[in-house]
Design a protein around this ligand. Structure first.
Ligand code: UDP
Length: 254
């Protein structure tokens, strides 16, 4: 795999020997994934690793959309649990996703990956507003598009945002990077007998309440026939393998 630097200093794709199965994907990274063992914020080592994995996938000629959560900084539900009005708490959560989006953008650009942050809540001094056609154009130019501020609406999550943007962008697959290497019938970090699935239907995920993503995200993906691939964000090289249909992941489809 090689990257050529353009005269603007940004990474241009040269096709690597890898053969991606998907042309355009959306990667959902939770806020929690960015904080490592810390109680809050970003773990720089993890940020560097995730971004270098994204760079590898871009260099394979895959168009990459990114949706990042905000749970490492703020979650609306926690604010609401402490007595805050839920909608206000959710707006704070959405702002947390913007912080993460800017942090990822900074790290990606540091290693020569061209990016744009598009926010569902306008803040034109720091990023572009989300405009679907503009986002598509950026992807066609090989830029990683980072969708910030979730859907821009309270009472939603960044999982639903991921399904929505994957649909709007016509992604071939949605990849969810999690703490473990797929979907299990119970938490494998708590239950050593937890059963791992190779493949699941959307219906089964919903019927068995498998909690890999919230129900509205699963329903949206099902309606639009977008497969969901769940893999470990902490396994080095996993993102690149999964986009080639290799490695360990659970696929959710019909
Ligand atoms: N959020 C929201 N609407 C959205 C997306 C996110 O209100 O469309 C808020 C919500 O409060 C949520 C927070 O942003 O708790 C952070 O997102 P999320 O919990 O999905 O992040 P993750 O768990 O993936 O880190």
């Amino acid at each position: 795999m090689e990257l050529l630097m353009s005269d603007t200093g940004t990474a241009k794709n040269t096709q690597s020997s890898a053969s991606p199965k998907y042309k355009r994907v959306l990667l959902k990274v939770s806020g929690e994934a960015l904080m490592g063992d810390q109680a809050y914020g970003h773990d720089q080592v993890i940020m560097e690793r995730i971004c270098s994995e994204i760079k590898t996938v871009v260099a394979m000629g895959v168009e990459v959309c990114l949706v990042v959560g905000g749970g490492n900084i703020y979650r609306g539900m926690s604010g609401a649990a402490q007595g805050m009005e839920r909608a206000s708490a959710d707006y704070m959560g959405m702002l947390a996703t913007v912080l993460n989006a800017l942090a990822l953008q900074n790290q990606l650009e540091k290693i020569g990956v061209d990016t744009r942050v598009l926010s569902a809540i306008q803040m034109v001094e720091i990023c572009e507003p989300y405009i679907r056609r503009r986002a598509t154009r950026h992807l066609e130019h090989g830029r990683v598009v980072i969708f910030a501020a979730g859907t821009g609406l309270p009472f939603f999550t960044t999982d639903t945002t991921a399904a929505l943007r994957a649909t709007e962008m016509g992604c071939d697959a949605m990849l969810k990077g999690t703490q473990v290497d797929g979907v299990y019938d119970s938490d494998p970090q708590k239950n050593k007998d937890a059963k791992r699935f190779e493949e699941l239907s959307y219906h089964r995920v919903l019927a068995d309440d498998l909690r890999v993503m919230d129900a509205s995200a699963i329903s949206l993906a099902r309606e639009n026939k977008i497969p969901i691939l769940v893999f470990s964000i902490h396994t080095t090289g996993a993102f690149a393998e999964v986009v080639q249909g290799k490695g360990r992941y659970t696929i959710i489809k019909d």
